[in-house]
Design a protein around this ligand. Structure first.
Ligand SMILES: *Cc1c(COP(=O)(O)O)cnc(C)c1O
Length: 368
């Protein structure tokens, strides 16, 4: 694989493996058995670039996409061209009907008011326990009593969203599924969609006609606690730009939170919280250099982290060397998230804009 000059010069390199992304789509499609497999590409495809991710998924056979904002849908339509169906999870705001039409976007209708606003193809969201978006059970009953309110709607899907799908044994899952069935039964029969990434792994009862994975496409583990069935999509590496030998009683970084307890070799890497390398990884994060775990010592600052590379082979721990921070030989997105006290979703969607991005595994590797 040719390394472009910009990759060689970059202080931090984010690689997105598009072949792994396509493989993950295939894995999820197989798991969902007969159901159609859509793709959730909100938040710029969980930080990976919806304009690159969307076309790869479309080429892998995905025909239905979900974005959150109207603006995301417009950008996605430009990236995908005319073929795919694009749904907007956040619904439709008064005055935006023309934008939906101009870009051939479909709202996920979240309220009776939105239903009255729209004419054309749409999904209908029934709230079965999130209490966030969608028709409440009372709204759904009102709609069932006045089905003419659906008169102008070309209803493609009735959808709901699981609150606890990542906990397979959680009683909410079945409660939501049953409520979904009960609410749907009072409405005109339409294709249904309930499962997100984790929902696919709850079994065929949760698949219905369409599944809506997001995070698992991007390599996140849809079954926390079990082995991750997904392929790794993201690799982040940072370059050592300076090395410092320190000894007691010196300290490292802001707040002098880390104190050397003997002779240590400290590597500075230009990745910081401004890049989405969360400050909560201070003293918690772990890099990997030449097969050796190298801990983040001291605080994560805006543009820099410091790692104790004393245990790595000296010939590897040199200025210019690349340290794995996410993926590659190092810890995966979910491991990094656990260290940061968050979830893989936040690590992905926080990935910074300053990284040199490389998209691997498409026809040709492309640097951006
Ligand atoms: C974000 C989202 C999804 C995808 O969830 P993952 O857990 O990332 O698979 C599916 N459906 C809705 C309504 C969402 O908001």
């Amino acid at each position: 694989m040719a390394i472009s000059p910009s990759t060689e010069k970059a202080g931090a390199i984010l690689e997105v493996d598009l072949a792994a992304l396509a493989a993950n789509y295939e894995i999820l499609k197989q798991r969902a058995a007969g159901a159609e497999c859509a793709a959730v590409v909100k938040a710029d495809a969980y930080g990976l670039g919806a304009d690159r991710v969307g076309p790869v998924l479309a080429a892998a056979g995905c025909r239905t996409f979900f974005a959150a904002h109207l603006s995301e849908g417009i950008a996605l339509r430009q990236a995908l061209g005319g073929q795919a169906s694009i749904y907007i999870l956040n619904g439709i705001l008064p005055g935006t009907e023309g934008d939906f039409r101009a870009h051939d976007l479909r709202p996920v209708l979240n309220s009776l008011a939105q239903l009255d606003l729209w004419q054309g193809a749409a999904a209908l969201h029934l709230d079965t326990g999130m209490n966030r978006l969608g028709l409440s059970p009372d709204d759904a009953a009102a709609l069932a009593a006045a089905p003419e309110r659906l008169g102008n709607i070309d209803l493609r899907f009735v959808v709901s969203h699981l609150a606890c799908a990542d906990e397979a044994g959680h009683k909410m899952n079945e409660l939501q599924r049953r409520l979904f069935d009960r609410l749907r039964a009072a409405l005109p029969a339409k294709p249904a969609s309930l499962g997100n990434s984790s929902g696919i792994f709850l079994g065929s009862d949760y698949h219905y006609d369409l599944v809506r994975p997001g995070v698992a496409l991007y390599g996140g583990n849809p079954m926390p606690g079990a082995a991750n069935p997904m392929r790794e999509v993201v690799r982040l590496r940072g370059r050592i730009i300076q090395l410092r030998e320190i000894d007691t009683p010196q300290s490292v970084g802001y707040g002098a939170t880390h104190r050397a307890t003997g002779p240590r070799r400290i590597a500075t890497v230009p990745v910081g919280y401004a890049d989405g390398y969360l400050r909560s990884l201070s003293g918690q994060g772990m890099g990997r250099l030449a097969g050796v775990s190298v801990p983040i010592v001291g605080r994560v600052s805006m543009d820099l982290i410091t790692l104790d590379v004393t245990e790595a082979p000296i010939e590897a721990a040199q200025a210019g060397a690349l340290v794995d921070l996410i993926g590659g030989g190092g810890e995966g997105v979910d491991d990094v998230a656990a260290r940061a006290g968050t979830i893989g979703y936040e690590i992905l969607t926080s990935l910074g804009r300053r990284y040199h991005r490389r998209y691997l595994g498409a026809e040709t590797t492309q640097d951006e």
